[in-house]
Design a protein around this ligand. Structure first.
Ligand code: PLP
Length: 715
């Protein structure tokens, strides 16, 4: 089976997956799988056993060790210590060096403060290990981060000036977020020219393996770490190269495996798999790995496609400093979150910043160290492929990127590009809709039946971007209403009312009362406030009397977290103690037994490229749904982006509330917000699909399959 076929058979059943997040981890190559399987089925002995089965296992392990030594340019295979991966290799190195420094204290009796230098763009495991072990071992060390230039390259003058006093230098060969290749020969030259130094040198080679040639022994480094899963071997296997003469103290002791340097029965299947991959690398097996020209060719295709689709794209480092497999970019006017959502909808998996730190979306320390402008650091996307990809896969990726670009463009999400905004007619835009700028600033677009539009915005800095989005929607004549400082309103003409409070300004509006006197809804009004205190003040003021007959929808401008709050007054109270999330299994039951409305609450540029009705239809064998009539027998599908949910709620105010609604999004977060709002504001039985589309499309894994839990209908 080819790698292509393999990835196809493992991908989600309904949506293609184009995995471009190879710096986070990679798909295990079929050859690695085969080798691991052989180790488990045919070579299952314990390499420490002296009988023939054990000897077979031992020779398998030693074969992998030789491949590892050759792949990284180590002169002796005994210098390779198999372990669980790079993080462990980093700990072993730091621990060994610090213990060595402790020994030096004892020899000389002199308490000295040692300096340790590490790159400011290093993987977090390096500074964390340095700090942790220095504290645990109580060794006085001064940790200094090497500054980098805007391209992520070391300040070599800084390194040179500090080197004579440095006990340990930690540098990475290739950066995981940017792909920047650090010129290690320059470091080697500096170390060689520093007279009388005895600085130990650790190289993090994780992202370099398979992408640039490595010659560790001739380089003159002392330690280097590697992880199998970054190069198509499984997770949980890696190795540390320790130069023969470098100090080493085992962190794990016991049975004396790995020549006493890392005890514990070896992970033979992992080592066999990694060894097979490394052998393919050494032998230049073309059917496994692309060569350098082919990798460049793949990068060129991606660069060309991305640049065409996103004219405001900026590369976050000069690509001439990078391995061809990593592209780090930001697109002016589009937030990283929106880009990731658009890519995910067409099956492309990329990461924003570093995916290694367990799904947290904190600002990247790498891009911060490069002093990138805030908007670029906040919205950076890392697209990474690997040498085991094929050119065909990259072509498919380019087609999907174009599809995502077109969907974003059609929905006016790409600034400075005229829309092909077929779906954004004045009618579909009528009502209230949340508009967001790429820095996360929120604004509310209100269009009334007289085709007048207003933008309630509170933040100056995002206005030009929001104006460009309005122009793309054909709403150039939108009047911008500022809350702070308050808008200069012609209240009598426009129907807006300005309400003053101590904590800010509020705007009240009846958008559904048409100018011609045809009331669409005279009982619903919008209230925009700057903050919660302001809302409370308005509601407790004497002016509040006018609200008692109203459905009042309050929008808090610029609410910094999550979705802005919408509140009706008088509030429709629903019990939030009832179950609000439903699982995939419960959904299947509900679809069999109940009439239900499924709301796709993803933004329109996402639902345009992956149709929820098709996905649910084929998963649960629903009768074919005709998108034009919008209903099937018992399941009604509606696309209601979270940004237009208030409008949806307003339109349903006078409808019966027995309807059962199931909100669905990509991961279950937005749908949970939507379901909560629907319950709170319109009192219907709204549920959120737990885990969203991601759970729905998860491959069937026997380990994780559970017996269906009893269905709770949420009442
Ligand atoms: N070093 C670099 C450059 C990395 O990219 C990573 C993982 O992303 C690590 C170290 C840690 O590797 P692992 O999580 O496999 O231990």
């Amino acid at each position: 089976m080819s790698f292509d076929e393999h990835s196809k058979s493992n991908s989600e059943p309904l949506l293609k997956t184009i995995y471009l997040d190879c710096n986070a981890t990679t798909l295990t190559h079929p050859l690695a799988l085969q080798s691991a399987r052989e180790a488990m089925e045919l070579c299952y002995g314990n390499p420490s056993s002296t009988h023939i089965t054990g000897l077979h296992a031992k020779s398998f392990l030693e074969g992998a060790r030789e491949a590892a030594a050759l792949a990284v340019g180590a002169s002796r295979s005994e210098e390779i210590i198999f372990n669980s991966g790079a993080t462990e290799g980093i700990q072993s190195t730091v621990f060994s060096v610090l213990v060595h420094l402790l020994d030096k204290f004892r020899e000389t009796g002199r308490l000295k403060r040692w300096r340790v230098l590490y790159g400011s763009t290093e993987h977090k495991a390096v500074p964390s290990a340095l700090q942790h072990w220095a504290e645990v071992l109580r060794i006085p060390v001064t940790l200094e981060a090497i500054p980098v230039d805007p391209n992520g390259l070391f300040d070599f003058d800084f390194v040179e000036s500090r080197l004579p006093e440095t006990a340990l230098l930690c540098t990475m060969a290739v950066n995981n977020e940017t792909g920047v290749i650090q010129p290690l020969e320059k470091i080697a030259a500096l170390l060689n020219s520093t007279a009388g130094h005895d600085c130990l040198w650790f190289v993090d080679g994780v992202q370099a393996l398979g992408k640039i040639p490595l010659k560790l022994s001739t380089l003159g480094a002392h330690y280097a770490c590697f992880s199998g899963h970054k190069l198509n071997a499984p997770k949980g296997i890696g190795f540390l190269w320790v130069r023969q003469d470098a100090p080493y103290t085992p962190m794990i002791v016991g049975g004396g495996q790995e020549r006493g340097k890392r005890s514990g029965t070896e992970n033979l299947p992992g080592a066999a798999a990694f060894g097979r991959i490394l052998k393919a690398l050494i032998d230049g097996e073309r059917e496994v790995f692309l060569n350098h020209e082919q990798l460049d060719q793949c990068r060129d295709k991606l660069i060309q496609t991305l640049s065409q689709c996103f004219p405001t794209l900026v590369w976050n480092v000069d690509l001439k400093h990078c391995v061809p497999t990593t592209l780090n970019f930001s697109v002016e006017g589009i937030s990283g979150r929106e880009l990731m959502n658009a890519f995910d909808a067409v099956g492309i998996r990329v990461s924003g910043g570093s995916a290694c730190s367990s799904g947290k979306t904190s600002e990247s320390h790498v891009l911060a160290a490069m002093k990138l402008p805030k908007w670029r650091a906040q919205n950076a996307i890392r697209m990474s492929f690997g040498p085991a990809n094929s050119i065909k896969e990259i072509d498919i990726a380019c087609a999907a990127i174009r599809q995502a670009g077109e969907a974003l463009r059609a929905h006016c999400m790409i600034p400075h590009l005229p829309a092909q905004a077929t779906e954004l007619t004045p009618t579909t835009q009528r009502g209230i809709c949340e508009l967001r700028a790429s820095d996360g600033t929120r604004a509310w677009l209100v269009s009334n039946s007289a085709h007048e539009s207003y933008l309630v915005a509170d933040c100056e800095q995002a206005l030009s971007e929001l104006r460009s989005k309005l122009a793309c929607r054909g709403l150039q004549r939108t009047q911008v209403l500022r809350l702070d400082p308050p808008a200069g309103l012609d209240q009598s003409r426009d129907g807006w009312q300005q309400l003053k409070t101590r904590s800010g300004t509020a705007l009240l509006y009846f958008p559904w009362q048409s100018r011609e006197g045809h009331p669409l809804s005279t009982t619903t009004a919008l209230l925009f406030v700057t903050c919660r205190e302001c809302l409370e003040e308005v509601l407790s003021s004497s002016q509040a009397k006018q609200f008692t007959q109203l459905n009042l929808l309050a929008c808090i401008a610029c609410e910094p977290t999550a979705l802005s709050a919408y509140e009706f007054f008088p509030a429709v109270v629903s019990s939030l103690t009832t179950k609000i999330e439903c699982t995939k299994e419960e959904l299947a039951e509900r679809l069999k037994h109940q009439a239900i409305t499924v709301l796709d609450v993803r933004e329109a540029f996402e639902s345009a490229t992956s149709h929820l009705d098709d996905i649910l239809g084929s998963l649960f064998e629903l009768p074919k749904h005709d998108r034009d009539t919008t209903t099937s027998s018992d399941v009604d599908f509606k696309i209601v982006p979270l940004s237009r949910l208030p409008q949806f709620i307003i339109e349903r105010l006078n409808e019966p509330r027995q309807e059962r609604i199931l909100c669905v999004c990509r991961s279950g977060q937005r749908s949970l917000q939507a379901a909560e709002l629907l319950r709170r504001l319109s009192g219907c039985e709204a549920l959120s699909l737990k885990g969203g589309l991601a759970d729905l499309l998860a491959p069937h894994l026997s380990l994780l399959s559970r017996p269906p839990s009893p269905v709770n209908h949420g009442r």
